[in-house]
Design a protein around this ligand. Structure first.
Ligand SMILES: NC(=O)c1ccc[n+]([C@@H]2O[C@H](COP(=O)([O-])OP(=O)(O)OC[C@H]3O[C@@H](n4cnc5c(N)ncnc54)[C@H](OP(=O)(O)O)[C@@H]3O)[C@@H](O)[C@H]2O)c1
Length: 447
């Protein structure tokens, strides 16, 4: 047994290899000990999400929760007049960590210094609620062990898909299943860009709109490069597939290679294109990837528009469960944070989900869409089909739309399910041919 709620002990650190992704709550102070007073909250970071958390706490006045401290750098410029008079506004993290707050809500973001504040709060036996996906993806296991050893709790329901309760859904509602696959639209910026490109706009134009509306950073690499989504996927893999993986092992592919031509071809194939974070554990083989993929128009993944998020979790027994809604934004994310705080205040008990370290493979056996851009001449299709045949890959369709110039002709080959490695070898055989104008674009097709 990893945890005995009656002994009030956490996971012993010596049991480190196989740890619990979530543990039952003992609470410091316990729910019983706090029966007559609310959970005191120290809010770290008064930005988009932090100020929304404060707003909900002030407006909804949950009797179990009391905002007592707000910490932010240069705090004077952050101070608002709508929080209770007793709230301490501080720019001194040490002061808040040394105070009598029961729970620290970390909404600063990034690995440091936020990570060291979280660690110190847990060391002191306080509980922590955070929306910080990077911190949880890279250090969640260690921090959970620390929390359990010190009698506090770490909750991060807002770290993936913002306001959509996919993490509580995995920890509670689906804990009884054996999850085999996760497919998710986990990055609102990419979803905004790709769903806008559906109507014919090019990437650069839509990115500029996303930046103007505040949906994309000035440097969008973290989002469009797939790095943000892979951190979130690593968290979901721990809870759903019960594997502790290094996010760096998930090779992301950017959405920047997608053009309006690809949407046009995708539509002809009854699909659209979305950035999808995908992981599966089938027949003992673990694989994960993040990148643009073709999603059939009848799939829920294709229905998500704008900054929405969507996650489809497939269980061995229960089949598909779909989570969707607002994956980001101050208020939706703050709802997930406040829900975590309420769960803490109520001493809620979570299902113990053990997980173990694992290595990720990249081998999926799925159909692919391959878009070529060529200077047209006889023999190109024969060269491509020959290369695919050498790897025993069956062609599903060859599609060439009219209206493109012969000296820069895009056309598409779709193939039946094949191993990613076999397709890579086949494309290697035609790489560098003098008719090939750019590297072929190879996208997984979801079915
Ligand atoms: N926004 C969302 O939709 C969303 C969704 C899901 C998860 N999250 C996660 O939620 C967390 C917060 O995101 P956010 O959008 O609220 O960020 P944000 O608007 O940038 O807020 C961060 C706050 O922390 C403060 N801060 C940053 N560095 C600090 C430091 N070294 N010392 C003291 N204060 C510091 C900032 O102060 P300044 O004003 O001085 O910069 C700001 O008030 C992040 O982990 C993010 O990944 C956000």
């Amino acid at each position: 047994m990893l945890f005995d709620p009656f002994a009030g002990e956490g996971i012993s650190v010596s049991q480190a290899q196989v740890t619990a992704a979530s543990v039952e709550f003992s609470g410091v102070p316990s729910h019983e000990a706090r029966r007559h007073r609310p959970l005191r909250i120290g809010l770290f970071g008064f930005g988009t999400v932090g100020s929304s958390v404060a707003r909900i706490l002030v407006e909804s006045k949950p009797r179990e929760l009391e905002l007592t401290h707000v910490f932010n750098r240069n705090v004077a410029r952050k101070r608002v007049d709508w929080t209770p008079a007793g709230v301490v506004w501080s720019e001194n993290a040490d002061e808040v960590l040394a105070s009598d707050v029961d729970a620290v809500v970390e909404l600063v973001g990034g690995l440091d210094p936020a990570g060291s504040w979280v660690r110190r709060a847990l060391e002191a036996g306080k509980s922590v609620v955070t929306a910080n996906k990077k911190l949880i993806a890279y250090h969640g296991v260690d921090l959970e062990r620390l929390a359990a050893a010190k009698g506090g709790h770490l909750k991060f329901g807002a770290a993936v898909a913002g306001g959509i309760p996919v993490i509580p859904g995995l920890e509670q509602g689906m804990a009884g299943d054996r999850i085999e696959q996760i497919k998710g639209i986990l990055n609102g910026t990419c979803n905004f860009i790709l769903s806008q490109m559906e109507s014919g706009a090019e990437y650069e134009t839509v990115l500029a709109t996303a930046q103007a509306r505040g949906y994309a950073e000035a440097d969008p690499t973290e989002d469009v490069g797939g790095f943000d989504a892979r951190s979130k996927l690593a968290i979901l893999m721990r809870l759903a597939l019960r594997v502790q993986v290094d996010p760096e092992e998930i090779a992301p592919r950017p959405i920047t290679t997608i053009t309006a031509v690809d949407f046009s071809y995708a539509r002809d194939l009854g699909c659209t294109i979305r950035q999808v974070a995908r992981a599966e554990q089938l027949h003992g083989h673990l694989a994960a990837t993040v990148g643009p993929m073709l999603a059939p128009l009848r799939s829920p993944l294709a229905w998500s528009q704008g900054t929405e998020n969507m996650v489809i979790v497939t269980g061995h027994y229960g089949g598909d469960v779909v989570f969707s809604g607002h994956g980001a934004g101050g208020h939706p994310t703050a709802v997930a944070v406040v829900s975590d705080l309420l769960a803490l205040a109520h001493g809620s008990r979570r299902v113990e989900i053990p997980s173990a370290p694992a290595s990720i493979g990249t081998e999926f056996e799925v159909p692919h869409y391959i878009r070529f851009l060529v200077a047209d001449r006889p023999g190109i299709v024969a060269a491509i089909t020959g290369a695919l045949a050498e790897e025993r890959i069956n062609i599903r369709a060859i599609v060439q739309k009219p209206g493109y110039p012969a000296d820069a002709l895009p056309f598409v080959v779709t193939v039946e399910p094949c191993k990613s490695s076999a397709l890579k070898r086949a494309l290697e055989r035609v790489r560098g041919m003098d008719w090939m104008l750019v590297e072929p674009l190879d996208l997984q097709m979801l079915e």
